[in-house]
Write a protein that binds this ligand. Structure first.
Ligand code: SER
Length: 601
């Protein structure tokens, strides 16, 4: 379909699923609830508990548009199709419909004149060919045939192509059927099929039939208590392939940002050319940064975890401004374009606009200063070097890690002076550093959603989570209702809570907060949970992040008289289980935001 924009596609998506009896759920935060991975990387991730059997407050037929962030391809961003942040459209059956309805609806959405209107001869599908555990998926193939897909456009592929599981293989899983768009390019040979990456075929949608689970590594497949459907469609990709565009950056969401960059730089973003890389990197990274800063659980730049990724995104974007010959602070103008474009969908963007822009500005300034420091350091380390010498990997990494010097910058300066850089050594030092920060962040970074915590870890995390609610209420009592949550991160070792507060808390205030939490623990109040409409939750005085849309059901956790908060859980069952609450540290997180780290003993 020509002239399909991302906004049009989203509207069609909404219209289609609402007409077909689905409820819209709001995209979840980019920061996952359970800390097992850094970011939400797929639409299904926030739904895992429901796919595993927990009833969803909004029902059994759901759809959404989920912002996702993946950093595994960050170095490839800049070509015509890689992104760190992207949107995944998804529809779900949580133990309701299965293959039949899922495939018929998919076909309808793709081919119906009112929706994507793709001619059926432009489609091809793949289904699971079966293995020793699960038979060949004849059912899906025959449903596609019933829809009108011809037999020579249905391909049976093995597990590596048509089985969906979370990285690592633990968790809900099942065979899938993938839908490909034929771009019309000639076949590359007689074996050219959708598994070929010659460019003829582009995957546009994946329907996973999630009826199995692997409970822990090495366990056999088990049937889940219910049959689910989990689908994922990349919004940017569909817009670009259906328009026949050369790049996923040819998209209405990037238009304004690109024109700002073109005007300032006097250069043109040529979607096919390699030297357009800085345009794409700035667009991708600043959009991702706006989403991280504007999230209901905002991330701020730092040297660890999500903050480190955000720092890297902003700094890489700053670097690209140099190639575009524009001032780094122009990135603020680019960020404004994204806030404007998305503010109707993401309500907190408008409210957090000042915060987003000022954090961005601060990070740009910090980086500029670091570059000055880095340049000095570079002269020191290269003082006695002669042409042809190599800057070792550890030194290049130190320039990066301590002075925020991007690898590319070191390489550029080195080349100018006739030195080379041991890039392999740099990567090794980098990996070593990543490993250290993984080890340091406890329950985070376990290498994928797959590695579920042990039962004991789960209980520790639930208790710390309950303590976080008590801390939130206590803070509001001691410093006022303005002390709203701005972030939370829990590992098995400690809780960390960011909140709005314009001053360093005094020792007296901290003591009061600690005492209030410990009193609530001593009272051994039951922790109960109830589903209700957002309106009712607000009326009942529940605090928390009101991210749901009107009409959504929310879960409210109550801890006696001490706390009432909208939250997805899990929690302890009585406050008495929490032990003794101790604040370890109170510090600044960013301007106007304080951070408390605390433990339970
Ligand atoms: N879980 C599948 C994916 O990520 C479908 O949503 O592709």
């Amino acid at each position: 379909m020509k002239n399909l924009t991302s906004k049009m596609l989203l509207n069609m998506w909404r219209d289609f699923w609402l007409k077909n009896g689905h409820k819209e759920i709001k995209g979840a935060s980019l920061i996952p609830e359970d800390n097992s991975v850094l970011f939400t990387t797929a639409g299904m991730q926030p739904l895992i508990p429901y796919l595993m059997g927990k009833p969803h407050p909004m029902g059994k037929k759901l759809f959404d548009c989920q912002p996702c962030l993946r950093t595994n391809d960050i170095e490839d961003v800049g070509d015509n199709r890689h992104h760190t942040m992207f949107f995944m459209l998804g529809n779900w059956s949580i133990g309701s419909y299965f293959k039949e309805e899922a495939i018929k609806w998919s076909y309808d959405f793709l081919t119906n004149e009112k929706y994507l209107a793709i001619p059926k001869n432009r489609l091809a599908v793949t289904v699971f060919q079966g293995d020793e555990r699960v038979p060949r998926d004849e059912k899906s193939a025959s449903l596609w045939k019933e829809c009108g897909i011809s037999e020579d456009r249905i391909f049976y592929f093995p597990k590596k192509d048509n089985w969906w599981e979370i990285g690592g293989g633990v968790g809900p899983c099942g065979p899938d059927t993938e839908i490909f768009y034929d771009t019309g390019k000639p076949s590359c040979g007689k074996n050219c099929d959708p598994s070929c990456d010659c460019g003829k075929w582009v995957e546009i949608w994946n329907n996973v039939f999630m009826e199995f689970v692997v409970e822990k590594a090495g366990d056999p497949l088990k049937k889940l208590p219910q049959q689910n459907v989990d689908t994922g469609m990349g919004l940017e990709r569909v817009v670009s392939v259906l328009n026949g565009y050369k790049s996923t950056y040819q998209n209405d969401c990037f238009e304004k940002a690109i024109s700002v960059l073109e005007n300032l730089s006097g250069k043109k973003f040529d979607f096919e050319k390699k030297d357009s890389k800085p345009f794409a990197v700035v667009c991708d990274h600043i959009r991702a940064s706006v989403f991280l800063l504007g999230d209901v659980k905002p991330t701020v730049p730092s040297n660890v975890g999500q903050g480190y990724i955000l720092r890297r995104l902003i700094r890489r974007a700053v670097n690209c401004t140099k190639s575009l010959n524009i001032e780094a602070k122009s990135l603020i103008e680019v960020a404004k374009c994204f806030i404007e474009f998305y503010k109707d969908e993401f309500k907190n963007f408008e409210q957090q606009e000042q915060f987003i822009l000022s954090e961005l500005e601060k990070e740009i300034e910090k980086f500029n200063k670091a570059i000055d420091g880095g340049l000095k350091e570079f002269s020191v380390v290269t003082k006695n070097m002669k042409k042809g010498d190599i800057i070792d990997g550890k030194t290049a990494f130190r320039l990066f890690d301590t002075f925020g010097f991007p690898k590319e910058l070191t390489l550029e300066l080195a080349t100018e002076k006739g030195f080379s850089v041991d890039l392999k050594g740099f990567e090794e030092a980098y990996k070593e550093h990543q490993q250290k920060s993984r080890d340091n962040s406890g329950a985070m970074f376990k290498g994928g959603v797959s590695q579920s915590e042990s039962e004991q870890d789960k209980q520790i995390l639930a208790r710390l989570h309950s303590a976080t609610h008590l801390l939130h209420s206590a803070l509001r009592k001691v410093i006022g209702n303005g002390a709203e949550q701005r972030g939370s991160n829990i590992t098995t070792e400690r809780l960390r809570f960011d909140f709005v507060c314009d001053h360093k808390m005094t020792p007296e205030e901290l003591e009061k907060v600690e005492n209030l939490v410990n009193e609530a623990i001593k009272a051994d109040a039951p922790i109960t949970c109830e589903e209700m409409s957002l309106e009712k939750a607000k009326q009942s005085g529940a605090i928390g992040i009101f991210e749901s849309k009107y009409g959504d059901k929310v879960t409210v956790y109550t801890m006696g008289e001490f706390s009432k908060e909208i939250c997805g859980g899990p929690h302890a069952s009585h406050t008495g289980e929490l032990g003794t609450f101790k604040i370890l540290k109170e510090e600044s997180s960013s301007s106007g935001i304080r951070r408390i780290k605390a433990v339970l003993k």
